[in-house]
Design a protein around this ligand. Sequence first.
Ligand code: PRT
Ligand code: MG
Length: 213
Amino acid sequence: MITIALSKGRIFQETLPLLEAAGIIPREDPEKSRKLIIATNRPDVRLIIIRATDVPTYVQYGAADLGVAGRDVLIEHGGEGMYQPLDLNIARCKMMVAAHPAFDYQQAVRQGARLRVATKYLKTAREYFAAKGVHVDLIKLYGSMELAPLVKLADVIVDLVSSGNTLKANGLVAVADIMDISSRLVVNQASLKLKRAEIQPMLDSFASAVAAG
Ligand code: PRT
Ligand code: MG
């Protein structure tokens, strides 16, 4: 049995065509079903539906053989115990620093001010500001980061931006670009050794489907 870990929403939606290219069709739509284990047309392949941030954990411990996770999530997790053989080029967005327009970020950085940064992405934020020599106090949040500068919890946030609508709706502006984000295929290291005969053809199908755009 091959177990593939996916999260609902954009990752599931954008992984579907890649699964199909590998001849894997889910029996149910996880957006409608409450089942956490979803069978496929292939008796030897099943999907598990978990939170996006939990995907690396299931793959690390071999509870899932394969998974799909954002670069943001993989950086925060650390990526131990898994290979990342393929950038699937899906669920694309940017990791950015954003602030209220009344806060002069560039000037604060030039003056060596200590910045209060609210984010879900502590590791990414810590490394980014350390590399720039900017001193920060990091404030961990679990969501709705855009609120933090509005109520003066933080000077800036580090968050993902795709359309930019969320920043705009909350009157914030992007002030720096940290990195491009997309989702990658992750594979448990032991699974690749022990189940290579089943897994390698899937990797090849995913790779050609990604290359075909
Ligand atoms: O939503 P939930 O709390 O269940 O979990 P999650 O946010 O971890 O999962 P999900 O499915 O929302 O995101 C899964 C992966 O999609 C992330 O790990 C990213 O790699 C990728 N991705 C791509 C995004 C976005 N685009 C994105 N725009 N993840 C989140 N967002 C959020 C962003 O945090 C911000 O709140 O959408 C908002 C901004 O979107 P725009 O379009 O208004 O700019
Ligand atoms: Mg989300």
